[in-house]
Write a protein that binds this ligand. Sequence first.
Ligand SMILES: NC(=O)c1ccc[n+]([C@@H]2O[C@H](COP(=O)([O-])OP(=O)(O)OC[C@H]3O[C@@H](n4cnc5c(N)ncnc54)[C@H](OP(=O)(O)O)[C@@H]3O)[C@@H](O)[C@H]2O)c1
Length: 225
Amino acid sequence: MEAVDILLEKWRDRGLSIDAGDNATAAAADVVVLATPWDGATQTASSVEDQLRGKVIISMANALTRIGKEFEPLVPPRGSVAASVQAKVPHCLVAAAFHHVPAKELGDLNHPIESDVLICSDHVEAGRVTSEIVSKVPNMRPLDAGELAMATPIESFTAVLLQLNMHYKTRVAVKFTGVPEPEAATGVASVDGAGADGKTDTKANAKAKVDGKDKGQAAKGTASA
Ligand SMILES: NC(=O)c1ccc[n+]([C@@H]2O[C@H](COP(=O)([O-])OP(=O)(O)OC[C@H]3O[C@@H](n4cnc5c(N)ncnc54)[C@H](OP(=O)(O)O)[C@@H]3O)[C@@H](O)[C@H]2O)c1
């Protein structure tokens, strides 16, 4: 059974609009979420580079390894997975986001997870679109974490969260205090003054998860925002 069939069956009452597809199909979406293990991210993106050209790509991969009982961050080329992807597919607008959100809890539609989502990008449009998607998830707050260089500490910090999960036998999420609500929090695009009113003209009405090696099989988990 495909992952998409499991999701449709599980959330039958939600009327989800999701389809399975290979990476090329996923890359045809308006906004693409790159959610492979860290060491497959650049190759996966470059394999569908033509379809991704000019689009917002949301990179959520964390370069981590487990050594004994410890999770340790790795440092990929250019400091982060997101920056590596941006360098590999330079005609795309890469934003880094969702690194700290536990997937299982995010996928439980009956119990919204309360979490901030740090977003960083070198492209105002990518930050704005990503922020808009995050805003649509109940109890989630997008936060502008600056340029793509910030992906290095954001990705690395995930090791700390995994360590906490192990120690406290739980699944933690991140919530920051002291951030003014709500205008500043929605203002990823307000870095340069654009879109600070929170109005959207984005075409981001679809996103997809590029989550398989491009070997022609149906990708698991093409998902809507
Ligand atoms: N799980 C979480 O809670 C969470 C939260 C935030 C961020 N992340 C990040 O999101 C990414 C995906 O996490 P996950 O838990 O979904 O991982 P996963 O289940 O291990 O892998 C996700 C998908 O990546 C594909 N894949 C595996 N190896 C690949 C390769 N070498 N090249 C291209 N695709 C490959 C797999 O497709 P096939 O089965 O078809 O091979 C799988 O469907 C990771 O980088 C993780 O750090 C995860």
